[in-house]
Ligand binder design. Sequence first.
Ligand code: SF4
Ligand code: SF4
Length: 130
Amino acid sequence: MQITEKAQAEEIVRRSGTDISKCMQCGKCTAACPAGYKMDIQPHRVVWELINGHVDVLQKSVTPWKCFSCFTCAARCPRGVSPAALIESVRLSVIRQQGENGITAEDIPEYIDEKMPQQAIVAAFRKYNK
Ligand code: SF4
Ligand code: SF4
């Protein structure tokens, strides 16, 4: 059974646990985001796309792979919305599509800094791999 884009958007939002209907598109999340300059879809725009039932554009975006998961956007939102949780949920939807992993075990050595704690490496691998 083919899942519609709208149904996918609803599932992504449900999984995030955030209420996108509260977003007033003020852009404070984007203004505070330390990774925004690397994103092709800014945090406030991620919320807007999901409000409008758009998933494809988010799944093809680099934004889920540039987000630091620092939750600054959520902390700054005056309406209690969490773009971070939404982006994480989009990332999970991509990861769950076979062959669309953001990173493979073979890629990891390229990204590892010798000072990086082992716990961070394991956490990142869990996040970016199935
Ligand atoms: S998520 Fe919050 S901070 Fe971002 S645009 Fe919506 S209301 Fe503003
Ligand atoms: S969690 Fe992601 S989107 Fe939110 S402020 Fe941090 S880097 Fe930006």
